[in-house]
Design a protein around this ligand. Structure first.
Ligand SMILES: Nc1nc2c(ncn2[C@@H]2O[C@H](COP(=O)(O)OP(=O)(O)OP(=O)(O)O)[C@@H](O)[C@H]2O)c(=O)[nH]1
Ligand SMILES: [Mg+2]
Length: 315
C-alpha cells in the first residue's frame, strides 16, 4: 500500500527540471548547479562543445550532462535543452545561463505562473526588477532587439533577449525552433505567438562580473540581422510591404513635383527627378520582395497543411 501511495503523490507533484546551456563556464557552472538543485527535481547541462572542464565540473556537481560534439551555438544548446525536457516529461523546464549572471533563487518565481495556469512560458525580465541594472550599452542593445522582436511577434514584452525562462509541458510540445545562435530568444517569442501560448514576465535579478564575452555592437548587429530575417519570413508584408508603399508614395510625390516644376519653368529638376526615380524603384522592389515572400510563405503553409492532412489520414 505505501508504495502506491508514494507514487500517487509523486505523480501529482509537478516535475520541475532546470537546464543550463553551457560553453566554457568551468568557473561558474558548479555553483549554478548546486544552487539550482535546491529548487528543482533535476539539473541538466547541455555542454555545447566546451574546451575547458565545464562538463566534468558539471558532472561532479550532480548535473546530468549532455555534450554536443562541437560548439553549435546558444540556440542549438537551448533546442537540445527543450528536447530533453520533452523526453523527460518535464511539467516545467527552466532554462538558466551557466555563467552566474542569473540567480537560481529566482527559479520558483519563474515557475509560479505556470503552476497557477496563468502562463505556458515565463520570461525573467531584467527590466522589471529592482536588481542590479546591466550596463547602459547592454540595455540599449536589449531595448532595440526587444522593440524589433515585439513588432514582429505582436507580443509586448520588456526583455526579449533574456535567457532565464520557464516552459510548460505544452510549450515544450508546441515550440518549433531552428535558430542556432543567440537570435533563438527572439525566435521563441515569434513561435510563442504562432502557437498562441500564454506568456508572462517576472522580475529577475542579474549580476554582471567582468567584461562581456563578445563585442556588444557586433553581437547586437548579428542578432538584429537574424531577427530581421526571421521577421521577413514571418511578416514579409510588414517588413517589406509597408516601407515599400511609403517609398513609392514618396517617389510619386516627388515625381509630381518634378512635373510641376517642368510645367511651370520647362526645366527638369535633375536632382529631384533622380531621387524620385530612386524612391520609386526601391519602393517597387520592396513591394515585389514582400509579395514574393508572402506567396512563398502561403505556399509553404499550404504544403505543410497538405502534409499534415496526409499524415493524419494515414494514421
Ligand atoms: N557565447 C556562447 N554561449 C553559449 C554557447 N553555447 C552555450 N552557451 C551558454 O549560453 C549562456 C548564455 O551565453 P552568454 O555568452 O553568457 O550570453 P550573454 O549573457 O548574453 O553574454 P555575456 O554578457 O557576455 O555573458 C551561457 O551559459 C553560455 O555558456 C555558445 O555557442 N556561445
Ligand atoms: Mg552571460
Amino acid at each position: 500500500m505505501a508504495n502506491l501511495k508514494t507514487t500517487e503523490n509523486e505523480r501529482h507533484k509537478p516535475r520541475i527540471i532546470a537546464a543550463i546551456p553551457c560553453f566554457n563556464e568551468e568557473r561558474f557552472i558548479g555553483s549554478v548547479i548546486l544552487k539550482a538543485k535546491k529548487h528543482v527535481d533535476r539539473v541538466l547541462v547541455i555542454d555545447d562543445g566546451s574546451s575547458d572542464a565545464s562538463a566534468e565540473v558539471a558532472g561532479e556537481a550532480g548535473a546530468i550532462v549532455y555534450r554536443h560534439d562541437c560548439n553549435k551555438g546558444y540556440g542549438a544548446a537551448v533546442r537540445t535543452a527543450l528536447q530533453k525536457g520533452r523526453e523527460q516529461n518535464a511539467d516545467i523546464l527552466v532554462i538558466i545561463d551557466g555563467d552566474g549572471q542569473h540567480d537560481p533563487a529566482d527559479i520558483s518565481r519563474l515557475a509560479k505562473p505556470i503552476l497557477t495556469g496563468e502562463a505556458e512560458v515565463v520570461i525573467g525580465s531584467r527590466f522589471l526588477g529592482e536588481g542590479q541594472r546591466s550596463p547602459f550599452y547592454r540595455r540599449l542593445g536589449q531595448r532595440v532587439l526587444t522593440a524589433v522582436t515585439n513588432v514582429g511577434s505582436g507580443h509586448k514584452l520588456s526583455d526579449s533577449q533574456s535567457g532565464f525562462r520557464a516552459y510548460s509541458s505544452k510549450a515544450l510540445r508546441e515550440l518549433n525552433l531552428s535558430e542556432n545562435g543567440m537570435s533563438v530568444s527572439s525566435e521563441i517569442q515569434f513561435a510563442i505567438s504562432k502557437a498562441g501560448l500564454k506568456v508572462a514576465e517576472v522580475p529577475i535579478s542579474v549580476s554582471y562580473v567582468g567584461k562581456a564575452k563578445r563585442n556588444p555592437v557586433g553581437h547586437g548587429m548579428n542578432v538584429l540581422s537574424r531577427v530581421l530575417v526571421l521577421m521577413s519570413l514571418r511578416q514579409p508584408l510588414l517588413l517589406f510591404g509597408i516601407p515599400g508603399i511609403v517609398l513609392l508614395i514618396g517617389g510619386l510625390a516627388l515625381g509630381i513635383r518634378v512635373l510641376d516644376i517642368y510645367s511651370k519653368s520647362s526645366t527638369l529638376a535633375i536632382g529631384t527627378f533622380l531621387t524620385a526615380m530612386l524612391l520609386c524603384l526601391t519602393g517597387v522592389l520592396a513591394l515585389f520582395a514582400a509579395l514574393m515572400l508572402q506567396s512563398m510563405k502561403e505556399l509553404m503553409r499550404r504544403e505543410w497543411d497538405r502534409f499534415e492532412r496526409t499524415e493524419n489520414s494515414q494514421q
